[in-house]
Design a binder for this molecule. Structure first.
Ligand code: ATP
Length: 293
């Protein structure tokens, strides 16, 4: 069983469906409301845990009902929440309005932005015990960089899913064992807009696994060979969370070698799009094994 440490965000997604978007100053009745667990960190932690990894989450929530609900959800998924701290700000939320196939989203990071290098230091034992450390960019960059340093100090692989995309500082890039962007995030993270992404991957052999939607994923072997792990053909219902599922799965299966880990991460990503919701679609290990046989 792989031991995965996730350093990242924990949000509650608040989803309202309406016939039209409200105009400025207007109040209207919505059709439906639901809340779903979210945040890239929590999503990736759940994806890895469902696939059998022993997962420890390092994050920060508020002292409020959403924070309590998110911690309870993580515990229920088997994630170790000992290092989820409680900040002064409210638990992060995403207020999502859906109307006629469009969406409008406001994200309030709240307590996620209080996750500090000291929180990472407090969880040092988890780094010591980890097989893989996985992070995204919904918590402060200084904290992500510190996590990369601590992972490096313990000789642990550090995976960075550079989402939401920003230009990555050189030191963080150097400390990253494997970068896991989609095509757009690759260009922004490495500032290679306009360049052929295949050439970019070949410039960093063994260091990037790039997802490419239903086409699957790509990486370059240590000797510069561009490899394609094809996606699995499925009936897509909701692609939300496909990237998070891929990342959690990649960390959970990393011990099987890059090609097999990517094949399984593609399968997990494909299964996730056949069901609604980010975490709602994430497969269990037995579902994945059934799908692959
Ligand atoms: P998102 O932001 O929607 O979570 P992303 O852009 O980060 O996604 P994608 O490249 O779209 O990530 O998807 C991640 C992985 O999920 C892909 O590499 C692939 O394995 C799988 N996947 C995504 N969409 C599909 C699909 N329509 N059919 C099959 N597999 C898919």
């Amino acid at each position: 069983m792989a031991r995965v440490v996730v350093v990242g965000s924990i949000n509650m997604d608040l989803v309202t469906e309406t016939d039209t978007f409200p105009r400025l100053g207007e109040t209207l009745f919505g059709k439906r409301f639901a809340q779903y667990p979210g945040g890239k960190g929590a999503n990736q932690a759940v994806a890895a845990a469902r696939l059998g990894a022993e997962v420890t989450m390092i994050g920060c929530v508020g002292a409020d009902a959403f924070g309590d609900a998110m911690k309870a959800m993580l515990v229920n998924e088997g994630v170790d929440t000992r290092w989820v701290s409680t900040g002064r700000e409210a638990t992060g939320i995403a207020a999502i309005t859906l109307s006629a196939g469009d969406n409008a989203i406001v994200v309030v990071p709240g307590a996620n932005h209080e996750l500090s290098p000291a929180d990472v230091d407090r969880a040092e034992q988890a780094f010591h015990d980890a097989d893989v450390v996985l992070a995204q960019l919904e918590v402060p960059l200084a904290t992500v960089r510190h996590a990369a340093r601590v992972a490096h100090a313990y000789g642990k692989p550090f995976f960075l899913n550079p989402a939401p995309a920003v230009a990555l500082p050189d030191e963080l890039l150097e400390l990253t064992t494997l970068l896991t962007p989609n095509e757009h995030e690759l260009a922004t993270a490495l500032q290679t807009h306009g360049a052929d992404w295949k050439a970019v991957l070949q410039r960093m052999p063994g260091r990037i696994a790039m997802t490419h939607g239903k086409d699957g994923a790509y990486y370059t072997t240590d000797d510069g060979d561009l490899q394609h792990q094809p996606g699995f053909a499925v009936q897509a219902v909701d692609t939300t969370g496909a990237g998070d599922t891929f990342n959690g799965a990649l960390a959970a299966f990393w011990h099987l070698g890059v090609a097999e880990a990517m094949r399984r991460a593609n399968a997990a990503g494909a299964l996730s799009v056949t069901r609604a919701g980010a975490q709602g679609g994430m497969p269990t290990l037995s579902e994945l094994e059934r799908f692959l046989t």
